[in-house]
Ligand binder design. Structure first.
Ligand SMILES: [Zn+2]
Length: 526
């Protein structure tokens, strides 16, 4: 026996939602579950742990995040929580000084959000360029779908007021570039930023993993990395320096299609590469989401798709024929309709391909049924609802808002729903996901009755969404996602009973221990 755990409340999250008080682990897998008495009398181990009345859950799995991106962002400036553009500029100056950034080195980062500023207007780069004349700066909006560059960064990318780019906007005011750009236009800037090398990625993986263990994550779906990066993950895992289980979606780049054909899928116990992440449209905050009708707060504007229909179709055809999973970012109702239609052409009817739509954020009421008819899996992030609720109705109006962030309606299409956070867009904590999904309130308990509360899901559904259903969304439900004999011993010990606690108690829940394959990877009590 590796270890025996007794004296707690163990939520197995199996199909009957059984609760136990004791558990035995052998060879990294769960051997048995039962009462404290039966487990202690049947099994002996040098490692017998008392759970001290604490609560055990299957390790949380984030069904949609940017794991490497989050790890790398720990070395970049984080502008989340800033209240004005002036404050961003101040933070940038502080960062440049602290990190001793030299001329020619880049400053990159993310997190500003004009919708929460006192003056809710797009910034321009006048002052940014004055402060940093010889350091290129590019900082993205919180959703990653818009960014602002200073003049030097724009010069390095050869962008002028005449530059046009499909699927992206370069914003111009009084004939002048403002430094702002959205979606595909940002790629012009990003192409010039030196890519992270192997040692930086290795470090990013480890930093990201240790932060994730501390909030109870034992598995993540990294949405949109390169095949090369997946190979680095595999190498670090094989060296024993990374226990996190990773399902990596490859990004929609020619090199990744070539690599998967030449080198094949990756299938180890800790790393799976068998899917692609495709971008349908942009984000709602930057008005890049593609809507069927005009934005309520911008007449004549409906957003845009990031690629042609032909492109989505050819990717779908390739993935279908090579038995790969397609996962497409779709926010606006038009984007969702387009992608559902393309999926339907290949899936044709009931199937078990588990093709996913990431976010599935604004759905025309007519289109919910397509998720059911073609077994298309919506992959949603409940904290987006409670972050966006302050301005989403301005963008969508009083009607469309009812079928936006509609997690309960989406859940009932296939009777299962994977949950994620989209970190670093949102905080990494799965407890916030749980709280948002169930209470539809933000950390200030706002709004008191919950945002569009008819689309809340219940606690059992939310817990399944973060564990078993997240594993199912990556074809791994037989190996993990619930605590059952024969499955991986991936579990967490928490001080709070999230199935009973209040909203605020859930937000304050503390992870005591995180265990992956029977090995304690994080502990605050030892
Ligand atoms: Zn994402």
């Amino acid at each position: 026996m590796d270890s025996i755990w007794t004296g707690g409340k163990i939520y197995s999250v199996d199909s009957s939602f059984n609760i136990y008080t004791g558990m035995a682990v052998k060879n990294g897998k769960i051997l048995a579950l039962g009462s404290t008495e039966s487990i202690s009398s049947m099994y002996k181990s040098k490692n017998s742990y008392s759970l001290n009345g604490k609560y055990v859950y299957p390790g949380f799995i984030d069904a949609h995040c940017h794991f490497i991106g989050y790890g790398l962002s720990q070395k970049q400036i984080n502008l989340k929580g800033t209240n004005s553009w002036q404050e961003c500029l101040k933070e940038l100056q502080k960062f440049a000084k602290e990190k001793n950034i030299q001329p020619g080195e880049w400053i990159t980062g993310r997190g500003w959000d004009q919708t929460v500023w006192n003056i809710k207007e797009w910034p321009d780069n006048e002052e940014l360029s004055r402060i940093f004349p010889d350091i290129p700066v590019f900082i993205r909006r919180v959703d990653g779908h818009a960014g602002i560059a200073n003049k030097l960064a724009i010069k390095l990318a050869n962008i002028s007021s005449l530059t046009r780019i499909e699927g992206g906007q370069i914003m111009i005011k009084n004939g002048q570039l403002t430094g702002l750009m959205t979606d595909n236009a940002m790629d012009l800037i990003i192409a010039g930023i030196p890519a992270a090398n192997e040692s930086q990625i290795t470090e990013a993986l480890q930093v990201a993993a240790s932060n994730c263990y501390a909030v109870g994550l034992t598995g993540v779906v990294d949405c949109g990395i390169s095949y090369d990066q997946a190979e680095i993950i595999q190498k670090v895992q094989e060296s024993g320096n990374l226990k996190m289980k990773i399902y990596a979606m490859l990004s929609d780049e020619p090199a990744n299609f070539t690599a998967i054909l030449q080198k094949g899928k990756i299938n180890t116990p800790s790393l799976k590469v068998r899917s692609f992440k495709v971008y349908g449209d942009g984000a709602l905050g930057s008005r890049g989401a593609c809507l069927l009708k005009d934005y309520t707060d911008m007449q004549g504007h409906r957003g845009f798709m990031l690629s042609s229909k032909e492109h989505f179709d050819s990717v779908a055809s390739f993935l279908y024929n090579n038995d790969l999973q397609m996962c497409t970012h779709a926010i606006g109702d038009s984007s969702n309709r387009t992608i559902l239609g393309i999926y339907a052409r290949y899936l044709r009817g009931p199937n078990d391909r588990r093709w996913r739509i990431e976010h599935a954020q604004v759905i025309d009421p007519q289109d919910f049924g397509a998720f059911r008819r073609f077994n298309i899996i919506p992959s949603v992030q409940p904290t987006h609802a409670t972050s966006d609720m302050y301005w989403a109705e301005q963008r969508l109006g009083p009607e469309r808002i009812h079928s936006a962030y509609a997690y309960r309606s989406l859940l009932y299409q296939n009777n299962w729903l994977p949950l994620g956070t989209d970190f670093p867009v949102e905080d990494i904590s799965p407890f916030k996901t749980f709280a948002s999904a169930v209470f539809r309130q933000d950390e200030k308990d706002w709004p008191p009755e919950g945002f569009e509360p008819e689309n809340a899901i219940n606690r059992t559904q939310a817990l399944r969404g973060m564990t078993f259903w997240a594993a199912k969304s990556t074809f791994e439900e037989n190996d993990k996602g619930s605590l059952e004999p024969g499955k991986a011993a991936d579990f967490i010990i928490v001080d709070t009973d999230i199935m009973q606690a209040t909203h605020q108690q859930i937000l304050k829940a503390t992870v005591w221990e995180t265990v992956i394959n029977g090995e304690i990877v994080y502990s605050i009590r030892r």
